[in-house]
Write a protein that binds this ligand. Sequence first.
Ligand code: GDG
Length: 460
Amino acid sequence: MPGRLIIASNRTAVPGEPRAGGLAVALSDALEERGGGVWFGWSGETLVRETRGVRIFADNKIDFALADLTEDEYEGYYLGYANRALWPVFHYRIDLAHFSDGDFEAYESVNRRFGRLLTQLTRKDDTVWVHDYHFLLMGQEMRASGWDGPMGFFLHIPFPAPEVFTSLPQHQRLARGLCSFDLVGFQTERDTANFTRYLVETFDAEILDDGRISVFDRIVRPQTFSIGVDPDDLADLSVGDEATSAAKRLGRIIDQRALVIGVDRMDYSKGLPQRMQAFGRMLDENEAFRGHVSFLQIAPPSREGVDAYQNLREQLDQLAGQINADYADLDWMPIRYLARGYSRGTLTGLYRLARVGLVTPLYDGMNLVAKEFVAAQDPEDPGVLILSEFAGAAEQLRDAILVNPHDISAVSDSIRTALTMPLDERRDRWRLLNEKVREKDISWWRNTFLEELEKTRSDY
Ligand code: GDG
């Protein structure tokens, strides 16, 4: 009988906070199903002086264990190394990366402090599951503080090609950290292959017959677990009260016009300027669509403490203003660009109302919006998904209209194709996409990861 599940992620889903996304629910369910466990992470608070302990909030069977950051740690670990170095490099934006030894030291020291705190919360027979790029060194720090049970890691963002990963001055240190885990999960086969190739080329790692890797005198298993959504929940939400009233509200304003929708955290990896340009180009080249199609972009701001995000905000404000000024008429606004968040219910209603879902990141680990859009469609009259070939989701969702998000005229053409697609083809494509979304849903993701991780218990 295995012990508890112990989850670590930068932010948790502590009850009372408005972040009940699919992932938060999935991890809470994993903890509940296990009969209890601990979810450890940053409290979201920054203090002038360091606080060493954790605060525990018990909620049913889950103990939320929250630790604070000092202001210096927040600057160096979170804004600095995690979001000015790791995030851009892992998304192929070395041009935006800022490498600072001080930031790395803060990152290492938070991983060490948090790793020790978490080790103190573990009991024999527990299983540890660490999430994402904030905690690449957590496994090694937990091992150093005495944790010797099964420990898995899942990377939510892409793992870049070795040629790009090695631009990080501390890449070897990070790789050793990752290899302290027994199981390292990635979103796509491409990520798993990149990680494997990096280990082989840099450290002469040996790939064993069963796919595990022998490196640094230990064995690690890299494996692909593509994250999914909860399609039943989304389908129900999309016809619920909140969704229907949101769709009615917007429907009144856009009237009979076709709706093109984008929903993204405001992040430079999401390709938002290129997407707006493509929509502008489509209007430019297709006079017949002017006045008949509206593009709604919902983009809640994030990481506003990082310069690149402030620059993006300015760029988007300017682009949307320019396209609207060029094309808007007394009774029609081409782009509705809303820099704020909406409830999940509202989003599903808008997805369902839309004729086209425009999901064109320049690079993305998976992209859950693409799957949410599919799950929320009306099977009788489904919208069309336009999907970047550089989103992890493109490995599965081959029946979307796949585009190169950098190719503005190709994206513009694909918007036109989507808007004029006959109902039969829309239905056929949606059916195939929906099968894929259902085949690997969020339960599949967490169950297969945890089953695979449990298998490593026999090694202890
Ligand atoms: C990272 C990886 C990977 C967005 N706006 C609102 C809102 N959202 C929700 C979406 C979706 C989630 O946020 C965003 O998930 P994505 O997958 O699209 O992108 P990231 O935030 O970059 O997530 C990504 C993911 O981790 C999971 O592994 O797929 O590649 O980058 O669920 O619906 N939710 C609400 N209001 C909004 O305005 N309620």
